[in-house]
Design a protein around this ligand. Structure first.
Ligand code: AMP
Length: 507
């Protein structure tokens, strides 16, 4: 653990990205194989157990004034204590967790303790986030960063890929090519203000309706079909009509992607929340299928009968998709470079009750897991996905609930968050109850009015305008912000950035 902490401190004190990568690579090549996964996770500021069920304050208290003089503890020992802490449940679990952590912390030096506090509070700040660590893994393994990134997209986990790459090199990575029933991280979209900006950037592009449902990735081999959510969970049981649709497609093996949505009889979409009830637990699926049928609207084809299509240009993927799936199952699409045609297409999408449109580069590969500029979403309503940084206790009717949320945009430079404002508007009682429980789980500290949390929860926030501000640290604030919904399908790293917010300032 000591050499990880030392490396982290040196990385933090180094300005250049290349030097950071070199320091990390040098460290990674020295880590024993059994500890590579833990080391990679800690360097990215992540605890593999994700939730220990203890807050930062508990950890601080458990540390007390005690610290070791000399470093002796190995990473694997920390990992095994964290595993025990995460596994403790039931009555008296809080005390048991504290006891385990106190035992561990007493054996750590002050610097090591500080690193663990950072990990648990989600605030490791040495400027070595996943991108830099990925490059370091590549350098240490003697492989290209692109190769590592592709494997991470397939594996969905950098730590696993780091272990395979460092231990087995290229041979180890061959496991992570696209495979049926191993869902790939979805390609993500950037944003454009309007269709003109999108076409200026992409040239002639594929425009598609942006449908506000649930994203699914459907894998099929013969009669076997699995449907995965955006977070790559298996949701097959919830959507039998999607399974039937996939079975009916004339291909033996395929991976297709699309949006599943509940439509009204006239074809207009029901609200997002309504579609999502189909994915709720304890639902009578057969009955739900009758009362609230969902329709898949496909937009991409990633794999067909033994051939991976991820590196094919988009124009070929959608032509092949069109040859496979009947028109009503494919999202409406227009390939154009004309602004007026694009404007008309957007107007129709909005008229039909959809969110907006997507503009996609015709020559782009499927960039699994990446939010690039090859897909651009165009949504006229102003909304941002922000991260909850803290919440204040409510008054009056909201007494006892965590209500007023402090909202932050992502700072891509240091991986931190910049506060943009607060709001308690737009929340239903259900949301208040849910967020109170969830935010207390994420607690990192508190004062009389406010509970500070680890920056992990993403909310979609609607607002009227962005204005300059002397009060908030980013120099910008939201006007009339209201919560639209929690985006539990997104991580804080998917949240919108402070730069995107600044672009919304009136010119
Ligand atoms: P957002 O979640 O706001 O970042 O927007 C991106 C999401 O829009 C994707 O993850 C899909 O779930 C959804 N979406 C709706 N229609 C499309 C489409 N035609 N192509 C790609 N994604 C779409």
């Amino acid at each position: 653990m000591a050499s990880l902490v030392e490396t982290s401190l040196r990385v933090a004190a180094t300005a250049g990205r290349r030097d950071k990568v070199a320091l990390l690579a040098e460290f990674l090549s020295r880590v024993p194989p059994a500890e590579i996964q833990t080391a990679t996770a800690y360097l990215c500021g992540i605890i593999p157990q994700r939730r220990l069920g203890v807050g930062f304050a508990t950890l601080r208290n458990a540390a007390g004034e005690v610290a070791a003089e000399e470093p002796t503890v190995e990473l694997s020992q920390i990992d095994s204590v964290f595993q025990q802490v995460a596994a403790v449940g039931g009555k008296g679990s809080a005390a048991e967790k504290r006891r385990l952590l106190a035992g561990l912390l007493a054996r750590l030096t002050r610097d090591e303790q500080r690193y663990l506090f950072g990990l648990v509070s989600g605030e490791v700040r040495h400027g070595a986030l996943e991108g830099v660590v990925t490059e370091a893994v590549a350098l240490a393994a003697g492989l290209s960063p692109k190769r590592i990134r592709r494997a991470v997209m397939m594996a969905g986990d950098l730590t696993e890929v780091a272990r395979a790459a460092l231990q087995e090199g290229e041979t180890g990575l061959s496991r992570y090519s696209v495979q049926l029933f191993r869902p790939v991280q979805p390609m993500l979209a950037g944003s454009a203000d309007d269709e003109t900006e999108a076409l200026d950037e992409l040239g002639e592009a594929a425009l598609e309706w942006k449908v506000d449902g649930a994203r699914v990735q459907i894998h099929k081999a013969g009669d076997e079909v699995r449907v995965y959510s955006r977070a790559l969970n298996d949701v097959t049981a919830a959507v039998p009509e999607v399974v039937d649709m996939a079975r009916s497609l004339p291909a033996r093996e395929l991976i297709v992607e699309g949006e599943v949505i509940a439509l009204r009889a006239d074809g207009t979409p029901l609200p997002f929340q309504t579609t999502m009830t189909r994915f709720g637990r304890r639902l009578d699926v057969d009955q739900a299928r009758q009362t609230l049928p969902v329709t898949p609207l496909l937009f991409d084809l990633l794999y067909l009968d033994g051939t991976a299509l991820l590196d094919e240009p988009y124009r070929r993927r959608f032509v092949q998709l069109g040859a496979l799936a009947p028109e009503p199952l494919v999202v409406p699409r227009l390939v154009t470079g004309s602004r007026s045609d694009a404007a008309a297409f957007l107007a129709t999408a909005l008229e039909r009750g959809h969110e907006g449109i997507m503009a996609k580069a015709l020559d782009a590969a499927y960039e699994s897991g990446r939010r690039g500029r090859h897909w651009l979403k165009i949504k006229p309503v102003k909304s941002l996905d922000l991260v909850v940084l803290a919440a204040e206790w409510g008054h009056g009717r909201r007494q006892g609930w965590l209500s007023n949320l402090h909202l932050g945009a992502r700072n891509p430079v240091d991986g931190g968050f910049v506060m943009l404002g607060k709001t308690f508007k737009g929340m239903t009682d259900e949301m208040l109850a849910w967020q109170t429980t969830r935010l207390l789980e994420l607690e990192a500290g508190r004062d009389a009015w406010t509970v500070y949390v680890r920056p992990e929860l993403v909310v979609e926030v609607a607002f009227n305008d962005v204005q300059t501000s002397t009060q908030y640290p980013g120099g910008v604030a939201l006007r009339f912000a209201r919560i639209k919904r929690y985006r539990t399908d997104k991580n804080a790293t998917d949240a919108d950035t402070i730069d995107q917010v600044r672009k919304l300032l009136p010119q």
